[in-house]
Ligand binder design. Structure first.
Ligand code: CTP
Ligand code: CA
Length: 227
């Protein structure tokens, strides 16, 4: 027993975190994306590494630098993010904080589409794979703990609970991303942690604060599993 073990409760645990938006190409210069700075996901990766976990951060394009003690895998599209997640399995826990684009263009142009007055490009959309639902439903490789996010602009808790069921994950961190909260790109977040029937409302705090609190819950989960 080492004295530092109490400060590193996730030592020996492998964790994956997704973060940032995905970019779905229309042509070589244009894409469809979600609004996401990546700050919350990067803060979670950091907090879990701080607790001793071996963290792989699978990130879409952001302006952020990953900290030295996490392994960064940079991806662009949802399909690439899913492949990177599958290649990172098996893990003990997975946190899906990425704002994945729900749709992609299925007729991506290999050359830049030229603008022509009065004529719109013929874009056809198809649904992206749901990474969280896919990993939650994995039969042979499901992480012991799967945590999703629910970015909502109204009925935060109800919509979050519906996502918990629909995605088959263990917990949902539901947050209010309506314009008035300043969540997008901002430094603070007000979230609810939904664990089955239980709902915890956390005070508004920095994204680092949310990350550390979530890290404490994840540590408790593994601590109570092993005792
Ligand atoms: N998610 C994912 N892959 C997708 C879409 C979403 O892994 N293709 C994950 C997100 O990372 C998040 C959770 O699913 O953890 C919920 O994402 P959200 O966009 O809120 O839910 P959707 O099911 O896509 O529903 P909607 O956008 O219609 O609210
Ligand atoms: Ca979505």
């Amino acid at each position: 027993f080492f004295e530092s073990d109490s400060a590193k409760p996730l030592r020996g645990r492998k964790v994956l975190v997704t973060a940032g938006p995905t970019h779905e190409p229309i042509d070589p210069v244009r894409y469809i994306a979600n609004r996401s700075s990546g700050k919350q996901g990067y803060a979670i990766a950091d907090a879990l590494a701080e607790l001793g976990a071996d963290v792989t951060l699978i990130s879409g394009p952001t302006r952020l630098d990953a900290s030295q003690n996490v392994t960064l895998r940079a991806v662009e599209s949802a399909q690439e993010m899913l492949v990177a997640c599958e290649e990172t399995l098996p893990v003990d826990a997975a946190v899906f904080a990425a704002a994945v684009a729900d749709w992609r263009v299925n007729n991506e142009a290999s050359q830049k589409i030229k603008k022509q007055a009065g004529a719109l490009p013929d874009l056809s959309l198809t649904e992206n794979p749901d990474i969280l639902a896919t990993i939650s439903g994995s039969v042979s490789n499901r992480p012991a703990l799967v945590v999703g996010f629910a970015a909502e602009t109204e009925n935060i808790v109800e919509n979050g609970k519906a996502k918990l069921d629909k995605k088959g994950c263990d917990w949902i961190v539901a947050n209010d991303v309506s314009a008035s909260t300043g969540t997008f790109g901002g430094e603070e977040n007000q979230v609810f942690l939904l664990k089955g029937a239980s709902t915890e409302s956390w005070p508004k705090q920095t994204k680092q604060g949310v990350a550390r609190t979530l890290g404490a819950h994840i540590s408790d989960f593994f601590q109570s599993k092993s005792t």
